[in-house]
Design a protein around this ligand. Structure first.
Ligand code: UD1
Length: 423
């Protein structure tokens, strides 16, 4: 099992090229199921989750060609032979549920394993199901699978009970091939929803309102082939900014989209990071110690829950006390226990964490528990005195494109250690 060995205390200096967004790439790959033709994608990140999604699609008969180094993927959905997403792949990646909407919309049937329990919270898919039922699909849950059937979906008005990102995406994809107009109210406004909508529009879908809480989709009989460039990863961008805010230094992030991370930039400015932005780059400079900030996660454009662990790492070494409130997932403080192993002073009560910043942390062995938690631990390790060994980095590999290489290239002492499995 791979681990990351970090020797803390180095400042970060240089340029980092930001990759395509995981949370945009995954739904857009699933959109390939809607097309009886080719979907050409560029700026696709090198991630475990992208590989898993391609495997899932290939099993259904979608042909894919990938040039990993160039970041391109071409999908051909003209000869889909199966409408099943089996448990062995779905269990490793919750986003697999995103095949449900496209499959039932184009083929009138889908059999998709229910995603298992997820460490960061219950994460049910009831809203995906409720929305598809409103679109006229019959849904049964049998033997751990969601089975959806419909002759053709019918446009309707859907109001989701809460803001759900993949729920909005699944329903938006399904509605592209429904008969008539679908309105999704209380839609997620995340930039990745907009990127998916743009990809679908390039494939012939009629969508307006993406980026607002009311998305209107005019169903068409069929989509056609097309091309799309995946947006840049705002969470990766924010993660590197947190790294420089905590470790100090001067980083210039290129190929990014500064206007997709206003809430993160505001908080980091408050923490003392000097930020300059161009159209597709951000420079973050930090000289002294960061100042503590209070953070409350919220759906976009609020502060992203996917940035919470990284901002907590900044607070761990900041001057003062910061209060972090997690409002999206009920169990997303698993990194707290690991950060304490590095000497951090954090108290939690329910979904609130009070972080008393300390001048330094001390290196230790820690365990990554989920994707963003891993990034928080890496940041803490960059600041800690001595060696930090982050175990279970497969979590990090799911969603970060060669993070340790990017960090090493800007001066961090970090290396991947391969060990024979020690279970
Ligand atoms: C997506 C992101 C994930 C991010 C999250 C919140 C992808 C692939 N993943 O996850 O990185 O952390 O948004 O920004 O884009 N809920 C229900 N029923 C549902 C759906 C959701 O109760 O049917 C609840 C969830 O348990 C959670 C909240 O709604 O409490 C938001 O979840 P949601 O936006 O759906 O997260 P994901 O789309 O899974």
């Amino acid at each position: 099992m791979d681990k990351l060995l970090i020797h803390g205390g180095r400042r970060l200096q240089g340029d980092v090229r930001i990759s395509g967004a995981k949370n945009a790439a995954l739904p857009i790959l699933c959109a390939g199921l809607l097309v009886p033709g080719t979907l050409e994608l560029s700026n696709v990140p090198q991630l475990q989750d992208v590989g898993t999604t391609l495997k899932l699609l290939e099993r259904m008969g979608v042909k894919s060609t990938r040039d990993v180094a160039a970041g391109t993927v071409t999908l051909d959905g003209s000869s889909v032979t199966s409408t099943e997403a089996a448990y062995d792949l779905v269990k490793t990646m919750r986003a697999s549920i995103l095949v449900l909407g496209p499959l039932v919309a184009r083929f009138g049937e889908a059999r998709v394993s229910l995603p298992g329990g997820c460490a960061i919270g219950q994460r049910p898919v009831d809203q995906h199901i409720k929305g598809l039922q409103a679109l006229g699909a019959r849904i049964d849950i049998e033997h751990g699978y969601v089975i959806a059937r419909a002759s053709r979906l019918r446009g309707t008005k859907i109001v989701t009970d809460m803001v759900t990102v993949t729920g909005t995406e699944n329903l938006m994809m399904a509605a592209t091939l429904a008969e008539g107009e679908t309105v999704i109210e209380n839609a997620a406004r995340e930039p990745e929803v907009v990127d998916l909508a743009n990809a679908l529009i390039a494939l012939g879908a009629r969508i307006r309102g993406a980026g607002t809480d009311r998305i209107v989709i005019e169903g068409v009989d069929a989509l056609h082939g097309g091309a799309h460039r995946v947006m840049s990863d705002r969470i990766e961008t924010g993660t590197f900014l947190c790294a420089v805010a905590a470790a100090g230094g001067d980083l210039r992030l290129t190929h990014c989209e500064p206007d997709t991370l206003d809430a993160t930039l505001d908080k980091l400015r408050e923490a003392g990071l000097r930020i300059e932005c161009g159209p597709d780059w951000i420079r973050g400079t930090m000289d002294g110690r960061p100042k503590s900030v209070n953070v409350r996660t919220a759906p976009y454009p609020g502060f992203a829950t996917d940035m919470q662990a990284q901002m907590m790492a900044v607070n761990c070494v900041a001057d003062g006390t910061g209060v972090i409130t997690e409002t999206i997932f009920e169990n997303r403080f698993m990194h707290v226990q690991e950060m304490r192993r590095l000497g951090a002073e954090i108290d939690t009560e329910g979904t609130t964490a009070v972080v008393r910043g300390k001048r330094g942390l001390s290196g230790a062995i820690v365990m990554a528990t989920d994707l963003r938690a891993s990034a928080g631990l890496v940041i803490a390790g960059l600041v800690a005195d001595g060696d930090t060994l982050v175990d279970r980095v497969y979590h990090l590999d799911r969603g970060y494109d060669r993070m340790e290489r990017k960090l090493a290239a800007v001066g961090a002492s970090i290396e991947r250690v391969r060990t024979v499995d020690d279970a």
